[in-house]
Design a protein around this ligand. Sequence first.
Ligand SMILES: NC(=O)c1ccc[n+]([C@@H]2O[C@H](COP(=O)([O-])OP(=O)(O)OC[C@H]3O[C@@H](n4cnc5c(N)ncnc54)[C@H](OP(=O)(O)O)[C@@H]3O)[C@@H](O)[C@H]2O)c1
Length: 302
Amino acid sequence: MIFIAGATGFVGRHLLEALKDSGRQVRCLVRSPGKEDAVRALGFDTVPGEITDAEALRTGLHGVETVVHLVGIIEEKKGATFQNVHVDGTETLVREARGAGVRHFFYQSALGADADSPFAYLRTKGEAEAIVVDSGLPYTLFKPSLIVGPQDGFTERMKQLLTAGPVVPVPGDGKARFQPLYIGDWVRCFQQCLKTEAPRNATFEFGGPEQLTYNEILRELMAMLDIDKPIVHMPMGLTRLSLPFMGVVQSLAAAMGREIPAVTGELLSLLSVDNICELDSVERAFGFAPMRFSDALRKFLP
Ligand SMILES: NC(=O)c1ccc[n+]([C@@H]2O[C@H](COP(=O)([O-])OP(=O)(O)OC[C@H]3O[C@@H](n4cnc5c(N)ncnc54)[C@H](OP(=O)(O)O)[C@@H]3O)[C@@H](O)[C@H]2O)c1
């Protein structure tokens, strides 16, 4: 039996699709009421609860051999802090997994995660990694760069940004590099690690076959979506200063039925630092060549 936490998110949904015909038994932690049906429709079991809910986890982990921990947040919202979700949540899940005699703990962290990082998202992910590594449970750690595919959070946000106004604002110079990885390739990597004969206690830092700047990603998306608007670079300091104002604009837009992508200081920071690794990381670790960004976009954009 596999227990998946975070199955209702972008990565989790694609993972469930891939597991649907595998004959494996899967149980998912579902924290948002209303999301159980989609999981059950695929033939999987659900347990309601939060990642910090020890009792729900204990129930969910009964008879489980493999835990897949995909829970993560990119912005803090009321009650859900990076510390609470990433660190306390991982601590609780690891503790309950140990108690349940789990034999393989898979954790998805992120490229650049480090307990010493100045960015709270990456720091708490780094702290969560240490909890998994020190747990005594056989583990697999994934540290991917940006993952893209149908309904991924990044592309959805970018689509809103590209269509929201007459110009496309870019915080800073847009020169930070990313290594986008297609979700189908991520699933292939994951499936290899799920095999019983795969080595345990392994950490994989990986990404797609190109290092693209934010500007290049933006241009590629604009070309693919046939959007032709001026790109306006805004000094990072100015963008930060306007964040409280942006919150007001967002609420007003929401009241008028329009959506403007949320921007937080943390998101801005993450857009200004390189998020890259070896170009052949997937080929070396998993033995296949991942898809280029433009080919990935062609697969899932209209
Ligand atoms: N997507 C990327 O580009 C990328 C790159 C590197 C690393 N990662 C990491 O990979 C993981 C999955 O990413 P994703 O893109 O699939 O994220 P996502 O779409 O935001 O999904 C996050 C999942 O975590 C669940 N969740 C959030 N807070 C929770 C809580 N307190 N208790 C229980 N469940 C909770 C969400 O449940 P609801 O559906 O109810 O909200 C959802 O199932 C995350 O840890 C992320 O940090 C993602």
